[in-house]
Design a protein around this ligand. Structure first.
Ligand code: AMP
Ligand code: MG
Length: 422
């Protein structure tokens, strides 16, 4: 059939501008929505502290016991009553016996005398100060030293670190290596935790092959699924691998069914636009609880947010760079809320740019970046298919929604990957 009447549409002079009338949600608006609409979805369980590492506290943790529980010595030396010894030289009799860690002095301490004491040993009642052994000449049953002494020096007071009943850690905190020392020191043997957030991950696309498989020329290896599974695990959540799903609506539908039955949150990548093969957004639209976010972010559109059988779904973009940026910027703090940690976004640090870039108003922009010599360098290409840049980078530079003309030395905000928790 002839189609001689068929002519291409004229080029619009605003063809690279954002569509008129359509609302592009700024990142902060999406943040407000996520922060206010999402809530914790996981239950609680009581767990011994040996199994609490990297898990989320469901309640504040209080100290079972003070630290230190009794006044003790910070050094090896001689315990005295500090105020007894003014300026000048002193020769002081030694009390028979000593106080050692775990083996305190049992006799009677007198404030005109000194008692041998070792690091970590309880102070005898009546003593408040320890003279460092290096500051003493030891004689036969006596010591010589120079005053004055600073009362309280080299001794630790009972409860100076924390007291019984003090709040040590707040609900929502992910238990860290340091927290293990704190909990144990406070005599806490078990804690009430949030159950792990279960996050299902799937990739969509007929072009995707499993890494290492015999891929045809028209196929690419699925990069997003391994990245998202690793992200979920790294953040301390439980990752559930739903696999690669072809661009077929019914197959995707049953994959979402399975994901919703096994997980508290579903992360997908690809198929989130409004094209013929964008089944992710089409299915979420079907449920009626879909928000296709025209988010004013680069890289990163489209981002499809929806519900599938009461389970929230983040339909991330297919481009691996956009998928990872959107996962860090939107999915990571959202997972924190669902997991009981509350909403937290990184602070970032302001550092001088080592690059030039002129940016128009309208979209917040994230550049793959790293710090070298105190300055932020950015990856040579901004192409959202350049996966190598994600690994080259050690974080992201955020450029504001407004226009900005960055030249070398302009202060820019840098978030290290570590600040996102990865
Ligand atoms: P889509 O959003 O499905 O249109 O995908 C956008 C681009 O990202 C296309 O070039 C896809 O081939 C690519 N892409 C989608 N999913 C993945 C994935 N899991 N791994 C690597 N590239 C992907
Ligand atoms: Mg696709």
């Amino acid at each position: 059939m002839s189609s001689s009447d068929l002519t291409p549409p004229p080029l619009k002079n605003d063809c690279f501008a954002l569509p008129a009338g359509a609302h592009w949600a700024p990142v902060d608006e999406v943040y407000d929505l996520l922060r206010t609409r999402l809530d914790v979805v996981v239950g609680r369980e009581t767990v011994p502290i040996g199994k609490a590492m990297n898990r989320v506290l469901a309640t504040d943790v209080l100290a079972n016991r003070a630290n230190p529980p009794a006044a003790n010595s910070a050094v090896d030396g001689y315990a005295v009553f500090g105020a007894t010894f003014a300026d000048g030289e002193h020769i002081v009799p030694l009390i028979e016996g000593r106080s050692a860690a775990g083996d305190p002095f049992q006799g009677k301490f007198t404030q005109s005398e000194a008692l041998r004491i070792l690091t970590g040993a309880n102070m005898p009642a009546g003593a408040d100060t320890v003279i460092l052994q290096e500051d003493v000449t030891l004689g036969d049953g006596e010591i010589a030293f120079r005053g004055p002494l600073k009362p309280g020096s080299n001794a630790r007071k009972a409860g100076e670190d924390f007291n019984t009943g003090d709040v040590l850690l707040r609900a929502g905190r992910r238990v860290s290596v340091a927290d293990m020392a704190l909990l144990a020191a406070a005599g806490v043997s078990e804690v009430e935790l949030r159950k792990p957030l279960r996050v299902a991950v799937l990739s969509t696309g007929d072009e995707l092959a499993e890494a290492g498989s015999d891929a045809a020329a028209e196929q690419i290896f699925d990069a997003n699924r391994p990245m998202l599974l690793a992200l979920v695990q790294r953040l301390g959540h439980e990752a559930i691998d739903i696999g690669r799903i072809p661009d077929d609506r019914e197959t995707l539908r049953s994959a979402l069914d399975r994901a919703a039955s096994e997980a508290d949150l579903i992360l997908t990548s690809g198929g989130a636009s409004a094209g013929d093969e964008d089944h992710m957004s089409a299915l979420l639209e079907e449920t009626g609880a879909m928000a296709l976010w025209r988010v004013a972010i680069k890289p990163g559109r489209p981002l499809a947010l929806g519900m599938w059988q009461e389970t929230p779904v983040f339909g991330l973009p297919g481009n691996p760079v956009a998928a990872m940026v959107c996962a860090l910027i939107f999915a990571t703090p959202s997972m924190g809320v669902l997991a009981g940690q509350g909403w937290r976004v990184p602070e970032g640090v302001w550092v001088p740019a080592a690059f030039d870039k002129r940016k128009k108003a309208g979209r917040r922009e994230y550049l793959r970046a790293r710090l070298r010599n105190g300055k932020a360098e950015v990856f040579a290409s901004e192409g959202s298919g350049r996966i190598s840049g994600l690994s080259w980078a050690e974080g992201l530079v955020e450029l504001p929604d407004d226009a900005i003309d960055v030249t070398e030395g302009t202060l820019v905000r840098y978030y290290s990957y570590g600040e996102f928790g990865i």
